[in-house]
Design a protein around this ligand. Structure first.
Ligand code: DGJ
Length: 700
């Protein structure tokens, strides 16, 4: 709900658990008043002290640092992190924003601010999602005067009550993505950002949570602030505490190497940022973030259906794919019960390794004499869905495309081209390159009758210097291509791959149905990766070429039992990635049985909340409770690795059940209340690679 109290010029935005308030000061500038636990009588709030003063006129030196500008700008005497920095045509680099007007439309507030000297307006949009305990914010900069430059334009700044806080986000490197990073917000700034043109995975992710230092939240208890930026390019999260104790969070497009200009009557709108507050720990926060994705962000139509079980050619065969092998696989895939056959990298002309051919998107005549159509048809005849891997943004120097269009590549004529994985980036901001990619996507999707497309991206962006707003234009072009295929082929399932989850951001959620969480398929490492990934992304999105992959594992040689891999595969989007043509009979029979069982719990798993009850990092036992959104069922996964000193768990307290309902576990019944307060006895997980699944079903 949004309320405006005109006597105090006070705006109150309320969600189920939070109150967010700001008011106009004596100079009509909007200043933050409060953000936190929901207040009974928010109308009591008012601006006090420095924030209320007409700071702009008097500039009282000792109080200026206490200002909490709702959308803070770079201006005379304000030195904290700003959201907006503009250089006007006369060289003035100072924006003084005051109230112009506002409009409340249902759950949306549009607050228009103006610079009284220059013809600039800024519209701040606040959309309140009461049930999700979140507010979506973004800003639109409208220039009605001479051409100006935007040197920085974040989506929002917001403030926490003065205090001591710690923040959590995720980072890592390739194959070690989504590792928790915990930092104290001391005086100064903590900056999480990427400058690589992609958002996440092997780098910091555009998501952060913040909790009180003295009374920190746990998974199931305590208050947490959080913010998630819907952007798929360079971003910046700044957590700042100044010497007056003001704690500010700023988030948006990274200003690194980025300046845009706006001509007269042009405008720019920032990406959305979702900011939230919950009291109930990190599991409650994840629950709200899942609700946002289930009910708002993810592709309508697809998100309501369970994701099909994939068989992917990558781990078993890498680039060594051909017609004979793939046709021979079809009955095997059918036999084990997988539902979607994906040909990964290696299917196109000359693509025998990762050094050549990107850009030449024609089926290799030598290895596929009849094209890919025959494989698609045979897969469909067998009742399987059919999918294909592409990497549209990329090109190899050793390709026909490069010979034809060397000027399509991002490069500097005076420098050697930067190559990562021997490949270069196509400049999709050029209309002709954009068209080429769009036509290629249309052609492969229609010609091969694709049900699924895996869009990969295996390097970072560099050599962007020709345009100062290149990074932003690149992301817009990328979204344009994704949008095109999403809306032209609404039932096509799209995997947003980008090697190790490098585009795991809310900007991609409307276009993708699955994310490659990591290239690391070792189940022990996945126990850690999944905790981080699933904190802010739906667990059903957790993909990869094969999360039931080969053993010994391709990355680290670890040998693990099929049961452990299969159980873990059920916790995300299952994909089988071991060689079915040479597999032992017992492995074929084994995976068949696991898939058969998985299908019985999948509808619930794919529309559930994941509560992390125990972390493998703490005691060697991971316990993950998947819980139906209506709380009528839960499936608890237990995985052990590295248990020492006889430690481990023998009792687990479930969460999120209906206290008064009765649930059945292995033939015995318990009340939800007992299971949550006393817990459920489990057999002490013994030995490495122990795994178990417990079904908890409401008796109606
Ligand atoms: C990186 C991806 O993450 C893998 O799953 C696989 O598709 C390879 N690229 C193919 O080159």
């Amino acid at each position: 709900m949004i309320r405006y109290f005109s006597d105090k010029q006070l705006f109150i935005l309320e969600t189920q658990s939070s109150t967010y308030a700001f008011a106009l000061n004596d100079h009509d500038a909007p200043m933050s008043v409060y953000y936190g636990a929901k207040l009974f009588s928010p109308e009591d709030l008012e601006l006090i002290g420095a924030d209320k003063m007409d700071g702009y006129r008097f500039r009282e030196y000792t109080k200026m640092f206490k200002y909490r500008h709702e959308y803070s700008t770079y201006e005379r005497g304000v030195y904290d992190e700003e959201a907006l920095k503009i250089r006007y045509s006369d060289g003035v680099s100072d924006v003084d924003l005051v109230y112009d007007c506002h409009e409340i439309k249902g759950n949306t507030l549009l607050l228009t601010l103006k610079d009284e000297v220059y013809s600039l307006k800024v519209v701040l949009t606040y959309e309140v999602f009461e049930n999700f305990d979140m507010i979506k914010r973004y800003a639109t900069i409208i220039n009605n005067g001479n051409k100006l430059s935007i040197e920085k334009c974040l989506s929002a700044t917001f403030y926490l009550p003065n205090g001591n806080y710690i923040s959590n986000t995720f980072a890592g490197n390739w194959a070690k993505e989504f590792t928790k990073v915990t930092t104290e917000i001391t005086e100064g700034k903590v900056v999480y950002e990427t400058r690589r043109g992609v958002t996440s995975g092997p780098h910091f992710v555009p998501f952060v949570s913040i909790t009180d230092k003295q009374n920190p939240a746990t998974e199931n208890r305590g208050s947490v602030y959080f913010a998630s930026l819907a952007y798929s390019g360079n971003f910046k999260t700044v957590l700042e505490k100044n010497h007056a104790g003001t704690v500010k969070i700023a988030m948006g497009i990274n200003d690194f190497d980025t300046v845009f200009s706006l001509d007269k009557n042009e405008s720019f709108t920032t990406p959305d940022v979702y900011i939230g507050y919950v009291d109930g720990g990190y599991n409650k926060m994840s629950e709200k973030l899942y609700d946002l994705q289930f009910d708002y962000l993810c592709p309508r139509g697809n998100i309501d259906k369970p994701f099909p079980i994939i068989y992917n050619s990558w781990y078993p065969y890498l680039f060594d794919v051909n017609e004979e092998k793939l046709l021979a696989l079809i009955p095997k895939i059918k036999e084990i019960g997988a539902e979607l056959f994906v040909i990964d990298d290696g299917w196109f002309t000359n693509r025998v390794d990762d050094r050549r051919a990107l850009g030449d998107w024609q089926a290799c005549k030598k290895r596929f004499p009849n094209g890919l159509g025959i494989i698609s048809d045979k897969a469909h005849e067998a009742g399987l869905l059919f999918g294909l891997w592409v990497e549209p943004e990329m090109i190899n120097e050793d390709s026909e495309l490069y010979a034809l269009h060397p000027d399509w590549v991002l490069k500097y004529e005076t420098r050697p081209m930067s190559k990562m994985r021997t490949q270069m980036v196509l400049d999709i901001t050029k209309p002709e390159v954009y068209e080429f990619c769009k036509n290629m996507l249309d052609r492969v999707i229609t010609e091969y009758k694709l049900d699924y497309l895996k869009w990969d991206m295996n390097r970072y962006i560099a050599e962007t210097g020709k345009d100062s707003d290149f990074f932003v234009k690149y992301t817009q072009a990328l979204w344009g291509l994704y949008k095109h295929i999403r809306y032209t082929y609404p039932t096509l399932l799209i995997e947003n791959c980008a090697h190790g989850g490098a585009r795991s951001d809310y900007g991609m959620m409307p276009y993708s149905d699955r994310i490659n969480r990591s290239d690391n398929s070792d189940p022990v490492d996945v126990l850690k990766l999944h905790e981080g990934f699933s904190t802010y992304i739906l667990p059903r999105y957790a993909g990869g070429a094969g999360n039931v992959a080969t053993s010994p594992n391709g990355q680290n040689g670890r040998v693990t039992p099929l049961k452990f891999r299969a159980h873990l595969g059920m916790t995300g989007s299952m994909s089988v990635g071991f060689d079915l043509l040479t597999a032992k009979k017992e492995d074929i029979e084994g995976i068949k049985e696991y898939i058969k069982y998985y299908k019985t719990i999948r509808p619930m798993l794919h529309s559930s909340y994941l509560y992390r009850l125990s972390s493998v990092l703490d005691n060697g036992v991971a316990v993950w409770q998947y819980t139906a959104r209506d709380r009528s069922k839960a499936v608890v996964f237990i995985f052990a690795h590295g248990v020492r000193w006889g430690e481990g768990l023998d009792n687990i307290k479930l969460v999120g059940l209906k206290p008064h309902a009765r649930y059945e576990i292995n033939g015995k019944t318990y009340s939800g209340d007992t299971l949550m307060k006393y817990g459920h006895n489990i057999r002490k997980p013994g030995g490495d690679y122990y795994s178990e699944i417990i079904e908890v079903t409401e008796i109606k």
